[in-house]
Design a protein around this ligand. Structure first.
Ligand SMILES: *[C@@H]1O[C@H](CO)[C@@H](O)[C@H](O)[C@H]1NC(C)=O
Ligand SMILES: *[C@@H]1O[C@H](CO)[C@@H](O)[C@H](O)[C@H]1NC(C)=O
Ligand SMILES: [Zn+2]
Length: 500
């Protein structure tokens, strides 16, 4: 065997090559590594991955075998959806049998979703813009604004000419085409994502324009109420039982221009959640993570007044454009200084640039005792932060489609979370801004994580652990976590029963 090997090495390495095989292959006389040893190592490595220590029941194992077969088929087909931009992959994913199973699977909780993009734009356009008293205006920078008003709104700096939407739609005579146009203003979706969004800057600009455009619709008080309800409905429909919503708690307005404050928004959210729970007893509930730039004092007060509905605080905005956590260190130290608790849920490390402020946010988030890490895209590159986050059980909120659409990674098989998944780092799957990316619920993100990032090795145990994680790492108090786990298990058992 030495001769064979030596043929393949350069003469310079020849001396080395003669002794290395002797050291490596002493166990088996014919030079082959011990197959039992190989099996053992493979099993040991697999046991470290997310869900690697989950024991599956006989019925679960049956479904697991089936899932693997389906996944193998998908991986050998071209194009492979996780390798393609989500906007082009979406129709492929919708056809996938794995995806259909994931839709049916009880996924637990959605822990990283922004309120401004909770509900699909279909509903915003087909339902909300069809309500009476809706005015529309097209801005010079190719965006759109909406406002509900009982009289024609005054011109303002960005909007000189307001038209009654109902009248405009009737006059143009092509409601479907017109509505499609409106939808394009409210999402990032395009058939040519690489051409239209050549850089992170360009896609973030569009992101912010869409965000501002939707605000006029969502912040109309009667709409907001329906919007929250519809959002919970979409989640439940995707077999999710609990939500932690990041929200800036925008002020809302009435037809006559009257304005409600943040507390009104929070109370409305609580009330809608209660109504929804009464209508759907198999839904556990929803809480808010107050996401306002540096408004720590305000968040402390809100958490004190609404402990059941306010989970904690996050800094909002695009990390890369805005200030880093360390810049706000004084404000962020306030709760500790005052001796009050305000759990943090920071976005951190949503970047592919190493060594920048945003990159540094990962460690700072941990220093400020963050409860979870939003994205943590950069975490795999920070050995110490990774160790800390693991030791303290600080889960990463992985949002694969968001990372791809916002251009941190193109082929999701190369997502750095593949490393975290292979070593079982605490992790949950979420959707970030579903309406902007054209997703609802969590099934699309689960698909990308399970098929793309996890690859063939991710199995039913992985899925089970990810779902369980979403309840474990939620902000819920222990007794509600227990209730959630019981509720989830019941749904899970039914899912397994129906599919094995
Ligand atoms: C819009 O949504 C509301 C609440 O979700 C519903 O009651 C209403 O019937 C819908 N209207 C249309 C036109 O779809
Ligand atoms: C973080 O937690 C540690 C240990 O519990 C505590 O000493 C420290 O004050 C906390 N820091 C902040 C900023 O809350
Ligand atoms: Zn986010």
């Amino acid at each position: 065997y030495c001769v064979l090997l030596m043929d393949m090495v350069t003469p310079i390495r020849r001396a080395l090559a003669t002794c290395v095989p002797l050291l490596w292959f002493v166990r088996v006389a014919d030079g082959m590594p011990d197959p039992a040893q190989r099996d053992l190592l493979t099993r040991q490595e697999t046991s470290r991955q997310t869900g690697g220590r989950v024991t599956l029941t006989a019925a679960e194992l049956k479904l697991d075998v089936q899932l693997r077969r389906l996944k193998e088929r998908e991986m050998s087909a071209a194009p492979f959806p996780p390798a393609v931009h989500f906007f082009n992959a979406k129709p492929l994913i919708q056809e996938s049998p794995v995806f259909k199973l994931l839709q049916e699977m009880p996924k637990g909780a959605a822990l990283h979703v922004h309120a401004s993009s909770l509900v699909g734009v279909d509903w915003l356009v087909k339902n909300v813009t069809y309500r009476p008293h809706c005015y529309v205006c097209f801005t010079w920078d190719n965006s759109v604004r909406f406002v509900f008003s009982d009289r024609r709104p005054f011109p303002r700096w960005d909007c000189v000419y307001w038209q009654l939407l109902e009248a405009l739609r009737a006059r143009l005579g092509d409601p479907t085409g017109f509505d499609d146009g409106l939808m394009q203003h409210l999402t990032l979706f395009t058939e040519d994502p690489d051409g239209e969004y050549p850089s992170q800057e360009v896609v973030w600009e569009k992101f912010e324009r869409a965000f501002v455009a939707a605000a006029g619709l969502i912040t109309h008080a009667p709409v907001l109420r329906d919007y929250f309800y519809k959002g919970l409905e979409e989640l439940l429909h995707d077999n999710i039982l609990y939500l932690e919503l990041r929200s800036g708690l925008s002020k809302t307005y009435e037809l006559d221009g009257a304005v409600h404050d943040k507390v009104w928004t929070l109370k409305t959210f609580r009330e809608v959640t209660r109504t929804f729970r009464a209508d759907h007893p198999d839904f556990l509930g929803a809480r808010v993570i107050v996401s306002v730039k540096a408004a720590v004092k305000e968040a402390i007060q809100l958490q004190k007044d609404f402990p059941d509905v306010v989970a904690g605080f996050d800094m909002v905005g695009r990390e890369d454009g805005g200030r880093a956590l360390w810049y706000f260190r004084e404000a962020l130290s306030l709760p500790a200084d005052l001796g009050v608790t305000l759990p943090y849920f920071f976005h951190a490390g949503e970047t592919d640039d190493e060594g920048t402020d945003v990159d540094q946010n990962i460690l700072d988030a941990l220093l400020f005792n963050t409860t979870r890490i939003g994205h943590g895209f950069a975490l795999a590159h920070h050995p110490l932060a990774k160790e800390l986050s693991r030791k303290r059980n600080v889960a990463v909120e992985l949002c694969p489609i968001s990372n791809q659409v916002l251009r941190l990674v193109s082929d999701l098989r190369n997502h750095p979370a593949a490393v975290l998944m292979s070593e079982g780092h605490p992790m949950v799957i979420s959707s970030d801004d579903p309406s902007l990316f054209g997703t609802t619920g969590l099934s699309y993100d689960f698909y990308e994580a399970f098929v793309g990032i996890g690859g063939l090795r991710a199995n039913l145990g992985t899925l089970k652990e990810l779902a369980l994680n979403s309840i474990r790492y939620s902000s819920l108090p222990a007794h509600l976590k227990d209730a959630g786990l019981v509720m989830w298990q019941k749904k899970w058992d039914a899912f397994i029963f129906n599919n094995s």
